[in-house]
Design a protein around this ligand. Structure first.
Ligand SMILES: Cc1cc2nc3c(=O)[nH]c(=O)nc-3n(C[C@H](O)[C@H](O)[C@H](O)COP(=O)(O)OP(=O)(O)OC[C@H]3O[C@@H](n4cnc5c(N)ncnc54)[C@H](O)[C@@H]3O)c2cc1C
Length: 445
């Protein structure tokens, strides 16, 4: 039975382990921390249910299968109807993102000129370069206003990244393909929609009643001693037959494996894991992970002036006097996130836009968030007699993959939890410096 070491118990590592075990591989998973789940972390406090990482995930065949196999189908929570609306800030005010053609025509999010430029998209020439930044791509195809008020806030919300620095081919492969295959995003989207048989439900977002942490917990539980917590991997060295993995497991886990799947953040390869390979690992180490801080703030409902009738709000960088990246109306999306009469807002700060906010102390961070929330949502910003803040939780270093992805030739094999393309997938199982027996696991795709 082939033996595989998986590094990291985030959803990528655990999914890799699951798929490999289905293919009858002997798998050991190593995790640096006490708790499995990586970025996925749910916590209850004072009647609030806080997600430190994802608030929702998107359905896919594999994710739905995992949920069912781990007995979590009954805990599945779909968002309330109110969460259908999304907001973007323009000129200091929340503007709904259009959800129909009619709304798109009348929306104040884009000027008349911006809308006309958008309609000219099918007439723009196809890219000649083999890759470009997200910003250059969107400016060229859809115009600068769409970049500023649609794509830039979306990129901040999903990657905490900078559209000028992200590769469009890697961050938005679907868009890149639409241009390559159809010469136009709008025409390509129309054609794909008419030929697509994907039903709406299968692409829906959801969470779990007690929080998403239940999934990694259940996956670890099923692995009967094959998941080694508090067992940081310190070095990865190729041997003639496979890999030698130095780890901190006290439980007698093996060190020699025929293959390794790397599912920890890439910067760990430079920081804490000694990677002994002949290939140049610098493209991997150069992938940036901008620091992000997440604040979970609870308020009495009556203290928030805005109707909070939506999923949340994203802030474009053009709105430079607002310093938060956005906020998710967590207790509007799922009713069980806050006690009766209260609301839970999850606020994101930092990212590539304001990396300095990582250095702020707790009080300054909260003050920064609350003064923006006061202007945008009418939430009282001052602490005092009317204090309605019930819960504060700060997460430093909520890091997401961003920056240009390492080139395929030097990519270390790692499993990607690919929430953007609606799948939890082992997308990058291919020959690489870390897998010299890749053919044994290639059939696990
Ligand atoms: C604040 C935030 C909000 C998000 N919101 C959403 C959302 O709403 N929807 C969505 O789909 N996605 C969201 N994401 C993204 C999603 O959570 C991540 O893409 C996904 O969880 C990453 O999983 P992963 O397994 O690749 O990495 P991680 O979850 O980062 O797991 C990596 C694991 O490797 C471990 N590790 C590191 N070094 C070592 C070592 N030396 N030895 C052993 N183990 C090591 C780490 O401790 C960690 O457990 C969000 C992410 C964040 C941070």
């Amino acid at each position: 039975m082939p033996t595989v070491a998986v590094i990291g118990t985030g959803i990528a590592g655990l999914t890799a382990a699951h798929v490999l075990r289905e293919a009858e591989h002997e798998v050991h998973v190593f995790e640096k921390k006490k708790r499995p789940g990586g970025a996925i972390r749910s916590e209850r406090q004072d009647g609030f249910l806080v997600e430190h990482g994802p608030n929702t995930v998107r359905s896919s065949t594999l994710l739905d299968r995992l949920i069912a196999e781990y007995g979590l189908a009954e805990k599945r929570l779909t968002p309330t109807d109110a969460a259908g609306r999304r907001y973007v800030v323009r000129d200091g005010r929340l503007v709904p993102v259009p959800s129909s053609l009619r709304e798109a025509i009348t929306t104040p999010l884009l000027s008349a000129r911006g809308k006309l430029r958008l309609l000219a998209e099918p007439f723009q020439p196809k890219a000649r370069a083999s890759d470009e930044s997200v910003a250059a791509f969107v400016r060229r195809r859809l115009g600068p206003e769409v970049l500023r008020y649609a794509v830039d806030p979306f990129v901040a919300g999903v990657f905490a990244g900078d559209p000028e620095a992200l590769s469009v081919r890697h961050a938005f492969p679907q868009l890149w393909r639409l241009e390559q295959e159809h010469g136009s995003l709008l025409m390509g989207a129309l054609r794909s929609r008419s030929s697509s048989d994907t039903d709406e439900d299968s692409r829906s977002i959801f969470s779990l009643r007690g929080g998403l942490q239940a999934l990694p917990n259940a996956m670890v539980q099923s692995m009967e001693g094959r998941v080694h917590l508090e067992a940081p991997v310190r070095s990865l060295r190729p041997t003639g037959e496979g890999w030698r993995v130095e780890h901190g497991s006290a439980g007698g886990a093996p060190n020699r494996f025929e293959a390794a799947v790397f599912a920890a953040p890439l910067h760990a390869l430079g920081d804490s894991i000694d990677l002994d390979v002949s290939a140049d690992p610098s493209p991997i180490r150069n992938v940036r992970y901008p620091p992000m801080t997440v604040l979970a703030l609870g308020f009495r409902r009556e203290d928030v002036a805005h109707p909070l009738d939506g999923f949340g709000v994203l802030v474009p960088s053009a709105e430079d006097d607002v310093r938060i990246l956005g906020a998710v109306f967590s207790s509007v999306i799922f009713g069980n996130r806050a006690p009766a009469g209260h609301v839970l807002l999850t606020v994101f700060l930092g990212g590539a836009r304001h990396p300095d906010s990582f250095k702020l102390g707790d009080a300054a961070l909260v003050q920064r968030a609350r003064s923006d929330l006061e202007r945008l949502l009418g939430v009282p910003s001052r602490l005092g007699g009317q204090l309605s803040q019930r819960r504060l939780r700060k997460r430093r270093g909520g890091l997401r993959r961003t920056g240009r992805t390492a080139s395929p030739e030097t990519t270390v094999t790692f499993a990607i939890f690919d929430y953007r393309s609606s799948s939890v997938s082992l997308r990058t199982i291919r020959q690489s410096p870390l897998v010299n027996r890749h053919s044994q696991i290639a059939n696990c795709r």
